[in-house]
Design a protein around this ligand. Structure first.
Ligand code: FAD
Ligand code: SF4
Length: 337
């Protein structure tokens, strides 16, 4: 009899996990709580460092899952209760159905930190300050993605907003630098030549394949890179301008910057419901609230046999890492039975 595995979460890591399991001969139940499969790829316009559209990358994955007879997809579906153990789990779904499965892969992803939780931004009564994810969501999918923003004379991108900061989230969000550089690159490509783009950083961590080359290339296109944390941002509703002061540690100059929009690369945080799910699954969380993988070199394992972890639910990841972790979790879940 084929092995039966439930994958919870239909983002990129869950899609890869489902396809890998099917190729091994398992029967897969893929549950997604949203209306559509795709996770954060549904909200992102273009991807670093290749500049491929997220739609294009996602379409290939979706087609393979849709054509796969071993994968049963349910959207607007979640788990309500779990009983049993590895080899004979009984999962009660939100629609009341009960699925008997051998193993479970959690691929529930991450959320982004709300900039309004930070005192320096919380008083700003304007939608001109936004997270990097919100910026991506607002980009049009048309010929010029910047169209919804009208004419932009100046844009500021602030890295490490609420990340690497003990009073918010101590960890590094892993992708914010590359997302910020890529958004700067998009703004420069799609706006008029005189648009000034400022990138305020603490450290630039453009790691990963192609990351360093992408950093150098973007930098050379006239981006203003300022090292330091900006002061509190103020908003003048009369001319719709945002202002902040920054001490640039490279030039040692105190600069006052005015921008039409400010994009904050905010921290990646555990997705809503992670704590509840951990209790239901009987697994532990790490100090930052992501699912805990107790062995650094076996990151797909949770603290309970039969429950595996894929992608951003175990900590912030880039897309290739999330997809690789999906495949890894599938192999571990299949072999672990
Ligand atoms: C602004 C921004 C831009 C980015 N750009 C890039 C880029 O250009 N290149 C790159 O490499 N990476 C990029 N990333 C990172 C990339 O988005 C992640 O690596 C990737 O989305 C992780 O995939 P995932 O499947 O683990 O999680 P997610 O994409 O978060 O998907 C998780 C899925 O699980 C579902 N889910 C959650 N809880 C449940 C539940 N209880 N039951 C059922 N379903 C559930 C969610 O609805 C969602 O569909 C970016 C991230 C951000 C924030
Ligand atoms: S990836 Fe970059 S923006 Fe994100 S926390 Fe790390 S250093 Fe800061």
């Amino acid at each position: 009899m084929s092995k039966r595995i439930l994958v919870l979460g239909g983002g990129p890591s869950g899609l890869v996990a489902a396809r890998t399991l099917s190729s091994l001969g398992a029967q897969v139940q893929l549950l997604e709580k949203g209306e559509e499969l795709g996770g954060h790829l549904l909200d992102i316009c273009e991807l670093f460092p290749t500049r491929q559209t997220a739609v294009e990358v996602l379409a290939t994955q979706l087609l393979r899952v849709a054509e796969d007879p071993n994968i049963m997809v349910r959207t607007q579906a979640d788990i309500e209760n779990l009983e049993g153990e590895q080899g004979c789990f009984r999962a009660t779904l939100t629609n009341g159905e009960v699925e008997e499965v051998d193993s479970i892969i959690l691929a529930t992803g991450f959320d982004v930190y709300d900039p309004l939780l930070m005192p320096e931004y919380s008083a700003l009564q304007t939608d001109r300050v936004m997270s990097g994810l919100e910026f991506e969501k607002r980009l049009a999918k048309g010929d010029n993605p910047l169209e919804p923003f009208g004419k932009l004379c100046s844009v500021s991108i602030i890295l490490c907003a609420g990340s690497r900061d003990e009073s918010h989230n101590p960890h590094c969000c892993q992708v914010g630098c590359r997302v910020g550089l890529h958004q700067a690159d998009m703004i420069q490509r799609y706006s008029s030549d005189d648009t000034q783009v400022y990138l305020c950083y603490v450290d630039v961590r453009a790691h990963g394949k192609g990351g360093e080359a992408f950093y150098r290339e973007t930098r050379e296109k006239g981006l203003h890179i300022l090292k330091g944390r900006p002061s509190e941002i103020t908003f003048d509703p009369l001319d719709s301008t945002l202002k902040y002061v920054i001490h640039d540690q490279i030039t040692r100059k105190l600069l006052e910057i005015e921008s039409d929009i400010v994009i904050l690369q905010t921290a990646s945080i555990p997705t809503k419901g992670t704590g509840k799910l951990a209790t239901m699954m009987g697994i532990e969380l790490d100090s930052e609230g992501f699912f805990l993988s107790p062995n650094h070199f076996e990151q797909s394992r949770s603290t309970r046999p039969g429950i595996y972890l894929a992608g951003g639910c175990a900590g912030p990841t880039s897309l290739p890492e999330a997809m690789n972790l999906g495949a890894r979790a599938a192999l571990e879940a299949f072999e672990g039975l």
